[in-house]
Design a protein around this ligand. Structure first.
Ligand code: NAD
Length: 333
C-alpha cells in the first residue's frame, strides 16, 4: 500500500521503518501537515497517516476522496481533528492508536503537578546562579490532598493509581465509572462536587462537543480558590480567555498544561527567532504559577515504539480487510 505520512519527525521515522518489515508498505514521509494547502500531494497514494496537528475538515476530506484515498490513519489516540461524518460519507475508513502508553501521559501530568508544587524548575535556575535562597519556593504535601480526575479511561486510570500511591484522596467524574478504580478507593462524584472539593483537578476526558470549554468562567467560579488545574488531554477543554481571568483573580492557584487551544500554530516548532502573534499564550507564560509543556506527554521511548507498531499493524489490517478495534466509527450525535 502507498501511504503518505504527514507531520513526521525524525524520531518517528526510525520506529515506523523498523516495523514496516521487508518494506511491505511504501511509506513516503512529509514534514508538512496535511491541510487544504498540502492536500494536492496525496494523488497516487492509497492512504494518509496524520498527527493531531493535521486538521481534516469536510473540505480536506472531500479532496482526499477525489484523490481516491481509502484510509485516514491517525498516529494518535484522540481523533477530534478529523470530521468523521465527512469521512463516513465518502466511505473513507479512519483508524487510530487507541492506547500506546497511558502511563506516559499520566506520569507527565504528575511531573506537571510536582514541578508547579515544589518549584523545581525555579530552584534549578536559581541554584545555577549561586542563589541558594528558599524565598518563594515553599510547596505543599500531596499526601491527603483531594485530587479530582475528569475522565477515568486508560490515562485517567493510570493517573488515579499514581495519585493513590501518593496517599491522595482521589475523586473522579466519568460517564462510565470504573469498578476496579472504586475497589482501589477512588470515589465517583458529580462534576459539580469534583469542582467544589478538589485541591488539584486533572483533565483526562476526550475533546467532544460536550467537553469543549468544559472549564470556563462558570466552572472556575465553583472551584476552591487556589486549585491547581492540570490539562494533558486537549487544549480546547479549557477556555483560555476564562482561565487567564481566573489566574488573574487567583481563583486558579496553578495551571499546568501540555495542550493548548491554539497549539497547532506553535507546538512542535522552533519559533525562537520569530515573533509570537498569539497574545493568549504570551499572557499565560507571564504568570509565575503557569507551566506549559509543548504536547510532550506522549514523548517516551515506550510510547513511540507502540505508536509505530500499531500504526503499521493498522496498515496491515486495512490491506488484509481484517476488522480491528482501532477503527473509529462515526456515530450520529
Ligand atoms: P479513553 O477513551 O480511554 O478515556 C476517556 C474517558 O473519558 C472515558 O472513560 C470516557 O467515558 C470519559 N469521558 C468522556 N466524556 C466525558 C465527560 N464529558 N466527562 C467525564 N468523562 C468523560 O481515552 P484515554 O486514552 O484515557 O485518553 C484521554 C484523552 O487524552 C484523549 O482523548 C486525548 O485527547 C488525550 N491524550 C493526550 C496525549 C498527550 O500527549 N498530551 C496523548 C494521548 C491522549
Amino acid at each position: 500500500m502507498k501511504i503518505a505520512i504527514f507531520s513526521t519527525k525524525y524520531y518517528e521515522r526510525e520506529y515506523l521503518d523498523k516495523f514496516n518489515v521487508d518494506g511491505k508498505h511504501q511509506l513516503t514521509y512529509f514534514e508538512t501537515p496535511l491541510n487544504a494547502e498540502t492536500v494536492s500531494v496525496v494523488k497516487g497514494f492509497d492512504a494518509v497517516s496524520i498527527q493531531l496537528t493535521d486538521k481534516l475538515d469536510a473540505n480536506v476530506i472531500d479532496q482526499l476522496a477525489k484523490a481516491n484515498i481509502k484510509l485516514i490513519d491517525l498516529r494518535t489516540a484522540g481523533y477530534d481533528n478529523v470530521d468523521l461524518e465527512a469521512a463516513a460519507k465518502h466511505n473513507i475508513k479512519v483508524m487510530r492508536v487507541p492506547a500506546y502508553s497511558p502511563q506516559a501521559i499520566a506520569e507527565h501530568a504528575t511531573a506537571l503537578i510536582l514541578t508547579l508544587d515544589r518549584k523545581t524548575h525555579k530552584a534549578y535556575n536559581r541554584v545555577r546562579e549561586n542563589n541558594f535562597s528558599l524565598q518563594n519556593l515553599m510547596g505543599f504535601n500531596l499526601f491527603e490532598k483531594t485530587v479530582g480526575v475528569v475522565g477515568t479511561g486508560k490515562i485517567g486510570t493510570a493517573f488515579c493509581q499514581i495519585m493513590l500511591g501518593f496517599g491522595c484522596n482521589v475523586i473522579a467524574n466519568d460517564i462510565l465509572p470504573s469498578k476496579s478504580l472504586i475497589e482501589k478507593g477512588v470515589k465517583y462524584v458529580s462534576f459539580e462536587k469534583l469542582l467544589e472539593q478538589s485541591d488539584i483537578i486533572s483533565i483526562h476526558c476526550p475533546l467532544t462537543p460536550k467537553t469543549r470549554h468544559l472549564f470556563n468562567n462558570v466552572t472556575f467560579s465553583k472551584i476552591k480558590k487556589g486549585t491547581m488545574i492540570i490539562n494533558t488531554s486537549r487544549g480546547a477543554i479549557i477556555n483560555t480567555k476564562d482561565a487567564i481571568k481566573a489566574l488573574k483573580n487567583a481563583q486558579i492557584g496553578y495551571l499546568g498544561i501540555d495542550v493548548y487551544e491554539g497549539e497547532e500554530n506553535l507546538f512542535f516548532k522552533d519559533l525562537s527567532d520569530k515573533i509570537i502573534k498569539d497574545d493568549q499564550i504570551e499572557r499565560l507564560m507571564s504568570f509565575n504559577n503557569v507551566l506549559i509543556t509543548p504536547h510532550q506527554s506522549f514523548f517516551t521511548k515506550e510510547a513511540l515504539y507502540e505508536i509505530a507498531r500499531v500504526t503499521i499493524s493498522n496498515f496491515n489490517s486495512f490491506e488484509d480487510k481484517v476488522k480491528t478495534e482501532n477503527e473509529v466509527v462515526f456515530a450520529i450525535p
